[in-house]
Design a protein around this ligand. Structure first.
Ligand code: SF4
Length: 87
């Protein structure tokens, strides 16, 4: 292998490494920008179920939002992602 061939091989390796780093960065950004779930996807309803309701769920953000679910969330609502707060 002559010097010119070695240089081209080294450049290809550097380029491939750069592309891998760029792709990894894009995946991290995509994960960070992950959207909340749609209400229908978690069967959100605007009334409690068996005493379970958003106001006592760990994901509820007062006065009317949720860490996991998109849109306006009633404190009296419920969805299948319900997880009770420790009390
Ligand atoms: S029950 Fe569902 S919508 Fe309500 S706060 Fe919990 S995760 Fe969010």
């Amino acid at each position: 292998m002559n010097d010119d061939t070695k240089d081209r091989t080294a450049r290809r390796r550097v380029l491939a490494g750069g592309i891998a780093v760029l792709a990894g960065g894009m995946l991290v950004r995509a994960a960070a920008a992950q959207q909340k779930l749609e209400q229908a996807a978690v069967q959100y309803q605007d009334h409690p179920k068996d005493g379970q309701k958003c106001s006592i769920c760990v994901n509820f953000i007062a006065p009317n939002a949720c860490k996991l679910v998109n849109g306006t969330i009633s404190p009296e609502g419920y969805c299948i992602a319900f997880a009770p707060k420790d009390s």
